[in-house]
Design a protein. Structure first.
Length: 136
């Protein structure tokens, strides 16, 4: 099966193990009790509002019981020239910390983990945020 429309190789050049140790570090940190930081409406929301600019409207936000900060946005104008996946990553990068993971989990649903791992600059204690961005 092809990996994209003009894929002729049907396979890649290597496995992904070169970066697996850093991904494991993030996963290990995420599993620590209390790793998800409180008050995302204070720590994240102002940055997301600014990043929305004229392209996005922030239409809702709520903190779920599992620590996921759910933010709902819609496009402010027409979709011409918009690459939703790329533009969502750009929007989420407004809250990016040294560790930053984004995955499209479904149509219009993007899940993001961002945080500081032990030893990351600028030397804060390891902490992070879970963000689910929903595009309406």
């Amino acid at each position: 099966m092809r990996r994209w429309d003009i894929d002729e190789r049907l396979t890649g050049i290597a496995d992904g193990s070169a970066m697996a140790p850093e991904v494991r570090r993030l996963l290990d940190a995420m599993g620590r009790e209390g790793w998800v930081t409180e008050e995302p409406e204070v720590h994240l929301l102002p940055h997301l509002r600014r990043a929305c600019g004229s392209e996005w409207l922030l239409v809702g936000e709520r903190l779920l019981d599992d620590g996921v900060y759910e933010v709902t946005v819609s496009l402010a104008g027409d979709r011409e020239g918009i690459h939703v996946h790329r533009d969502v990553v750009r929007l989420l990068s407004a809250v990016a910390e040294p560790a930053f993971f984004v995955r499209q989990a479904g149509p219009g649903v993007f899940e993001c983990v961002t945080g500081v791992l032990d030893g990351d600059p600028p030397g804060f204690k390891s902490h992070g945020h879970l963000v689910r961005l929903i595009v309406k």
